[in-house]
Design a protein around this ligand. Structure first.
Ligand code: SF4
Length: 690
């Protein structure tokens, strides 16, 4: 069967061959050599991506919690019970007391339908999703700078022809390994590669220059680079004049900057900043890529704007082999954020507060515009609203918020206050354990639907496997729940293709325009949005002639001085930064149930420099407590010579006492509400303190 790996935004396609050896079933995975994105490569996650699907831990019946124990119940009863509970809660606590929490792994159709379900069937303003923790900073920055948010402005195929590439806070070698060869090819073709990351990683090892920045201080580097570019005459004055606004304010601010001070604040040398700026400025073509290292900050929006400033100032955007990209993490991190799962968005990137946009979508959905809820709050803010008992019920689909949210001890206590929690998942995740009722959902191998990769390339993934008895597709569950709530007429769908047909209409004329894409077209070719009609070829490269603001121009952002929301102190002297490992996906609900992946990486490890470890009396491989003002978690340490001495790193793929988010900071970016996952002040202490 032909399928796609669900574990990152590259969406590598592959053939999965199911063999029966006597009574045992075995799977063989073969990469698809014709895949235009992965070019026939798969990483270890892709090779083992089927393992969780055949896990015997899958939930195959609705489960109702009675006296603390889950009991199997029939679907009809489950749906009826949920509808009754939700109606009773909304009667007593108000419509917005029920919330919906989605995920960036859902197909485009399911993400679209979840947004419609929240607004039309539940009539709540409270919907958001785990992509808030992934793409919100880059999305907000791209929207403000360019007038549109698409992960990459150019196709990956242009990377080998770039002459300078900046990889800021992105560890492609571990997180999207199958696209690393594009960068290796660029290097072979003479590109100068700059990596900005507090840690030495497999990605930084291919760099010509590694700026080992202090966590959170990236914007001091971009400010310094801008100053060098300005003084060296590297700015593209024609591009700035013809295609941008806001440059004057920025250039005035540049004069007063002191390079030595910026370098000191960023924890790098003046020479390094000068070299990075000169190489990027001199290069005829160039790319800047950011990811969560730059974005997952309480000033993540500003950070990304500063990197975009570099591309605009040098005119390295809107042309071949030059552009900007936010490397999306989740399986459908791009498509999942385009069609209405976000608190402030309607399908096609329409705004929920824009009257024209509301009218258009209300018309497509066949509901009065005044019945559409207004803007809700972000994912973590929903947890705060639960704690205040303003939200008293939650429906979670394809997400594990008790592990993925920052400050997870607080989040767990908040979720315990809910009157009613519904979790729709394949497994009893840490969040599902807390649920009143669990509904079993199908896996990616059993689901049909479209996905949009990090480039904005839309692909069709056909179902290759029949779902187990008792399990339903996420879209089927939403349609049936809507019917149980008395709103079935708005959810008459019998296939994902029918949902996609409505999505096409709903996105038409919006920024993420899918009107020219159909399932039959996707059988023949993959198409980059925007694609406004069937004769349109799609748009692999953005901004060649115009940006998407009304005046057609991109916007510079004034210089900012980054500040971490919490400083280190005597009590908490180290900076904790978090991230991914190659073997696991998000909170590990699926990959921790994949034996070969778990075997390779069975527990979280705290990377700590041996000199730092020696200072705290910590031996390599020992288990200790990691503490912050939020709480404590238990973790084994691993010496890492390549990490800064003031910083420790841990992955976020484990739950319960091993969840790193027990200690992370809940500070939010004021613009995009991205939490500060990348800098928390912590200390390390022996397990038993004297
Ligand atoms: Fe490809 Fe990403 Fe899956 Fe690896 S995790 S096989 S890079 S889609």
């Amino acid at each position: 069967m032909r399928t796609q790996c669900p574990y990152c935004s590259v969406q590598c396609s592959m053939d999965l061959i199911e063999e029966k050896i006597i009574t045992r079933k075995r799977f063989k995975t073969k990469p698809n050599k014709q895949d235009p994105t992965s070019e026939g490569r798969l990483c270890i996650k892709g090779v083992n991506a089927h393992q969780h699907v055949v896990s015997n831990e899958r939930v195959t019946h609705p489960l109702l919690k009675i006296d603390g124990e889950f009991v199997k119940i029939p679907w009809e009863l489950a749906l009826e019970y949920i509808a009754e509970q939700l109606k009773a809660i909304q009667t007593e606590d108000g419509l917005d007391a029920v919330s919906v929490y989605g995920g960036g792994s859902l197909t485009n159709e399911e993400a679209y339908l979840l947004g419609k379900f929240a607004r039309v069937a539940v009539k709540t303003k409270h919907i958001d999703y785990n992509g808030r923790f992934c793409m919100s900073a880059a999305a907000a920055a791209a929207n403000k700078a360019f007038g549109i948010d698409r992960g990459l402005t150019n196709s990956l195929h242009e990377i080998p022809d770039a002459k300078c590439i900046i990889l800021a806070g992105t560890n492609i070698a571990d997180c999207q390994p199958t696209i690393l060869p594009y960068f290796r090819k660029a290097k072979k073709n003479g590109a100068f590669i700059i990596v900005i990351d507090p840690r030495e990683t497999a990605t930084s090892r291919i760099a010509d220059l590694h700026l080992q920045v202090k966590p959170g201080m990236d914007a001091h580097i971009t400010n310094g680079m801008l100053k060098v570019l300005f003084e060296g005459g590297y700015f593209d004055k024609t591009f700035i004049h013809d295609r941008t606004t806001g440059f004057d304010a920025l250039s005035n601010d540049l004069q007063s900057l002191q390079l030595s001070e910026l370098a000191d604040l960023a924890g790098v040398s003046v020479d390094q900043i000068e070299l990075a700026a000169r190489k990027y400025g001199e290069a005829e073509t160039g790319f800047i890529f950011t990811a969560r290292g730059v974005e997952q900050h309480a000033n993540g929006y500003e950070n990304v704007r500063q990197f975009i400033n570099l591309a605009l100032a040098t005119g390295k955007i809107g042309r071949y082999a030059s552009g900007y990209g936010a490397i999306t993490g989740q399986g459908n991190g791009q498509g999942g954020r385009e069609h209405g799962q976000k608190a402030d968005q309607l399908p096609g990137y329409r705004s929920i507060e824009n009257q024209e946009h509301r009218n258009y979508i209300a018309d497509i959905w066949g509901v009065p515009e005044e019945d559409l809820p207004r803007k809700g709050v972000s994912a973590y803010e929903m947890m705060e609203a639960i704690d205040r008992e303003e939200i008293t019920s939650m429906i979670v689909m394809a997400s594990n918020p008790v592990v993925s949210n920052p400050n997870s001890i607080f989040v767990e206590k908040a979720l315990e206050k809910l009157r009613f929690l519904v979790v729709i998942d394949m497994f009893v995740s840490e969040t599902a354990e807390m649920a009143d009722i669990i509904l079993p959902a199908s896996s990616y191998l059993e689901d049909e639907g479209t996905m949009t990769n990090l480039e904005g390339r839309v692909t069709l993934r056909r179902a290759g496997r029949v779902k187990p008895n008792g399990v339903k597709h996420d879209w089927e569950i939403l349609c049936e729940l809507a019917a149980a709530l008395g709103k079935g007429e708005y959810f008459p769908f019998t296939s994902s293709e029918e949902i996609f047909e409505e999505l096409r209409l709903a996105s038409k004329g919006g920024l993420a325009d899918y009107a020219g894409i159909t399932y039959s077209r996707l059988e023949e070719e993959e198409v980059f949005w925007p694609c406004p009609d069937m004769s349109h070829p799609g748009t692999p490269r953005l901004f060649e002639t115009t940006f998407y603001h009304d005046d057609g121009k991109a916007k510079f952002y004034p210089l900012q001085k980054p500040r971490n929301p919490e400083e280190t102190s005597q009590e908490y002297p180290l900076m904790l930064t978090t991230g991914r490992w190659m073997e696991h996906y998000l909170t590990g609900v699926q990959t921790r149930r994949s034996p070969d992946l778990l075997k390779r990486s069975k527990e979280p490890l705290l990377e700590i420099h041996p000199d730092t470890a020696a200072k705290y009396g910590i031996e390599d491989g020992s288990i200790f407590q990691l503490k912050s003002s939020r709480g404590t978690m238990v973790i084994r340490c691993k010496y890492a010579n390549g990490i800064r001495r003031d910083t420790v790193f841990a992955p976020f793929h484990w739950g319960n006492s091993q969840s790193i988010n027990r200690v992370t900071s809940p500070a939010l970016d004021p613009v995009c509400k991205m939490p500060e996952f990348k800098v928390s002040s912590v200390n390390v202490a022996p397990l038993i303190e004297k």
